[in-house]
Design a protein around this ligand. Structure first.
Ligand code: SMG
Ligand code: MG
Length: 383
């Protein structure tokens, strides 16, 4: 079994003096509805965190959604647990290094997306104060990362082909389509027929059971890069059973909530690829641990997305630049979901890639007017 690294990557960051933490709920309208097996989103509801320290501010993003459909976490629950428990615990610690955040928050069970957003804000503040880019801190080795796009379920297969064609024209190097029972084989066939051997994968967001194994096996004929999360979050053994019946690699998303869960999935052969999302696993430091253990085990990983604003996307680009991220991530440009991002320089696609920011911390600046315009709720908790 690979050794799980306990400390932070490279050199640890200097502690910060935490003075206050501001939380904001934002509502950002999507450029078009985003439909998955569990529902349709038209407005992204997300929480932005600002850590106020003696040495300056740091920014983080809590990637919950309005409703607990992707996972058990959801925005108002995140707000409540942050305000009542997690933020007070951090403020009480006062002076702390980013590597200590997870330990301070550990007594509180679950709520990993909240913990990840808080840790990122502290990390960003610490790295900005030192003038050190997040990518360098995490161990990034690439100056830019290949950009894949996640395409929601459309009205019909023809509309899906139109949507995919538009993204290919923009230069995205890998297409992921969302599937669900009844919208799987024909949709995938339509995309393959229209565009030939493009890098293509599918994401079921837990919509199937083992009883659907025969249908899922039909996907084998499309030479997909992977099938993402066909079964429920806690169906680790069922995923292993399914993996043995399919030629297409199984990739786990929702099931991988920690480095421990990743090690277990590896040991049980429940997946041969892992989607790493910092929010889902409780932070960028835990994400690096999963990267490290998968790399040691020779298992490919890629960086998932949660419709992040420029804050989370910039951090994701830094993470995806680590050497074990050998598959394109869901790191699309700001305009994939938003007409107006909350950062001064939106994330853009350059030749199918997104550049890893080189400025201090997450390397992007917040647009205060765009942030204010999108804010529907705000609280500041002081030490
Ligand atoms: O951020 O580009 C993005 C979206 C990627 O499909 C995406 N995320 O299961 O991987 C996934 C989903 C989770 C969010 S669905 C609302
Ligand atoms: Mg997924």
């Amino acid at each position: 079994m690979p050794i799980v690294r306990a400390a932070a990557p490279a050199a640890p960051a200097a502690p910060v003096d935490l003075e206050a933490i501001e939380l904001r709920v934002l509502h950002l309208p999507l450029v078009s509805p985003f439909t998955t097996s569990f529902g349709t989103e038209t407005v992204r509801e997300v929480i932005i965190v600002r850590a106020r320290t003696a040495g300056g501010d740091g920014w983080g993003e809590i990637v919950t959604q309005h409703a607990p459909l992707y996972s058990s976490e959801y925005t108002r629950g995140a707000w409540d647990v942050a305000e009542r428990f997690l933020v007070p615990a951090l403020l009480e610690a006062g002076t702390l290094a980013p590597e200590q955040v997870a330990g301070v928050l550990e007594p509180f069970v679950g709520h990993r997306m909240v913990k990840a957003g808080l840790e990122l804000a502290v990390l960003d503040a610490a790295l900005r104060a030192e003038g050190r880019p997040l990518g360098e801190y995490l161990g990034a080795t690439a100056p830019r990362v290949p950009s894949g796009v996640s395409v929601g379920i459309q009205r019909d297969a023809a509309a899906l082909v139109d949507a995919v064609g538009g993204y290919l024209d923009q230069g995205y190097v890998r297409i992921k389509i969302k599937i669900k029972p009844g919208r799987d084989i024909a949709d995938t066939a339509a995309v393959r027929d229209a565009f030939g051997a493009i890098p293509l994968q599918v994401d079921a967001n837990s919509a199937y059971t083992l009883a659907d194994a025969a249908t899922l096996a039909e996907l084998d004929r499309f030479d997909l890069l992977l099938i993402e999360q066909p079964l429920q979050e806690d169906d680790i053994v069922d995923h292993a059973t399914l993996a043995a019946r399919l030629r297409t690699p199984i990739c786990l998303d929702e099931s991988i909530v920690s480095a421990k869960a990743a090690a277990d999935a590896l040991a049980l052969r429940a997946a041969s690829i892992i989607n790493i999302k910092a929010g889902r696993v409780g932070g960028y430091l835990e994400a690096v641990r999963i990267h490290d253990l998968c790399r040691e085990a020779g298992m490919p990983v890629w960086c998932g997305g949660m419709l992040e604003t420029g804050i989370g996307r910039a951090a994701n680009a830094a993470l995806a630049a680590l050497p074990g991220f050998t598959l394109p991530g869901d790191i699309s440009a700001s305009d994939r979901f938003y007409t107006r991002d909350i950062v001064t320089e939106p994330i853009v696609l350059e030749d199918g890639h997104v550049r890893v920011p080189t400025g201090p911390g997450i390397g992007v600046e917040i647009d205060p007017v765009a942030l204010e315009d999108a804010t529907v709720d705000r609280v500041e908790l002081r030490r």
